[in-house]
Design a protein around this ligand. Structure first.
Ligand SMILES: *Cc1c(COP(=O)(O)O)cnc(C)c1O
Length: 384
């Protein structure tokens, strides 16, 4: 593999002498319950939030490391995944010079963040059925020089997985949940599909000199295996996840990047010293410890998603409801903007995605009651 990290990192970042905060020079948080006289950080001795937060969020990382079966040194905790997205530009992309590849229609922040950092974006569109155009990507002149390749999977706003980390594992997991045996042999045609998927992944990751970012913001809603499990195989892989969707903590602004220890070290030196505040760190740790509750909440949303999809399909002005492995549904709708405006006037706010994909609306899957409110409002629209 010809990937070489030093070759693609901006020189100023590679040579950066990071700011050393009081709380990183003396790591208070490793010192258990000892009574310490803390006169190192110019804090106020009184108050509830008087101390600076842990700059490296060690308790969150320890819990995540257990849950994801990964080393704490391979985790970056950020002020939302949006911070990780911005840092990827600042670490790897020279403003006014470098380029990145996106695969639209996809998450808008990749382009906004590129524009803020003055980085050129080369777009290789998804196919009509929203599949990744692997040949188009690999044959594009930008493939040889771009620093980042953004792949959102499951993709926002289309809802489908664009890249599969490990079909063999997916097959085994699905087979197992249906009561089969873990080591049941594959059907021969499946074996071929699995090998082909693996071959394509090796081809893509092996040929790209930059970083391939797999944004797994919606990973908790799919049965597909996470790319976190492929970090050992691909040194140029960065996986993003977030507390904002399945974990119900969008207000706390916390997201994660998972990568090699070397890449995470670059995140740590480039980020603001205290990038995740104390209140959010506490909320995230508490939520991570409610693992079973989170799994129940996810199952409920998946059930609601399937119910909502069936209802949406029953309206004749809804032409198609795309399959979703996320907590939203994208639908092709006649006069989408008119429907959007009608729902808005009736206090149901969805997302009009028609500017990205003609005549489409995106419905976030909420509680059962909220799903029923959407259905009711759409029925009233039909009668109008
Ligand atoms: C919602 C979303 C995120 C989450 O961003 P946060 O900053 O962590 O809230 C990231 N990527 C995609 C594709 C999303 O849809």
């Amino acid at each position: 593999m010809k990937f070489n990290l030093e070759n693609i990192v901006r020189k100023n970042i590679w040579n950066l002498q990071p700011y050393s905060s009081a709380r990183s020079e003396f790591n208070l948080y490793g010192n258990g319950k000892k009574e310490l006289t803390l006169l190192d950080a110019n804090e106020n001795p009184k108050g509830d939030l008087n101390r600076y937060p842990d700059p490296l969020q060690s308790s969150i990382k320890e819990e995540l490391a257990k849950q994801k079966n990964i080393a704490t040194s391979q985790i970056f905790v950020g002020n939302g995944s949006d911070e990780a997205i911005d840092l990827l530009y600042r670490i790897f992309c020279e403003p006014g010079k470098d380029s990145v590849i996106t695969c639209p229609p996809t998450y808008g922040m990749y382009e906004v963040s590129a524009a803020i950092n003055n980085i050129e974006v080369v777009q290789i569109d998804l196919s009509k059925s929203f599949e990744l155009d692997l040949d188009g990507i690999m044959n594009s002149p930008a493939f040889g020089t771009s620093k980042l390749l953004w792949i959102c999977s499951p993709n926002n706003p289309t809802g489908n997985a664009l890249l599969k980390a490990d079909l063999k594992h997916d097959w085994e997991a699905q087979n197992y949940t249906r009561g089969g045996m873990m080591d049941m042999p594959f059907a021969p045609e499946f074996e071929a599909e699995m090998l082909e998927n693996q071959r394509q992944l090796d081809r893509l990751f092996g040929a790209f000199n930059g970083i391939i970012v797999v944004d797994e913001a919606y990973q908790d809603f799919t049965e597909n295996r996470s790319f976190i499990n492929r970090l050992e195989d691909y040194p140029n892989l960065v996986v993003l996840q977030t507390m904002s969707k399945a974990h119900g903590l969008a207000g706390a602004r916390v997201g994660f990047a998972f990568a090699s220890t070397e890449i995470i070290e670059l995140f740590n030196r480039t980020k603001p010293p205290y990038n995740v505040n104390e209140l959010s760190q506490k909320a995230v740790l508490a939520r991570l410890l409610q693992f079973d509750q989170t799994q129940n909440d996810i199952q409920e949303i998946i059930t609601n998603r399937d119910v909502l999809a069936e209802h949406l399909k029953s309206f004749d002005f809804i032409k198609e409801v795309y399959p979703s492995e996320a907590n939203f549904l994208l639908a092709q709708v006649e006069n989408a903007t008119e429907v959007y405006n009608y729902l808005r006037d009736n206090e149901v706010i969805i997302r009009n995605r028609s500017s990205q994909i003609a005549d489409t609306l995106r419905f976030t899957v909420g509680t059962r009651k909220e799903c029923e409110e959407v259905i009711q409002a759409l029925s009233a629209f039909k009668k109008n």
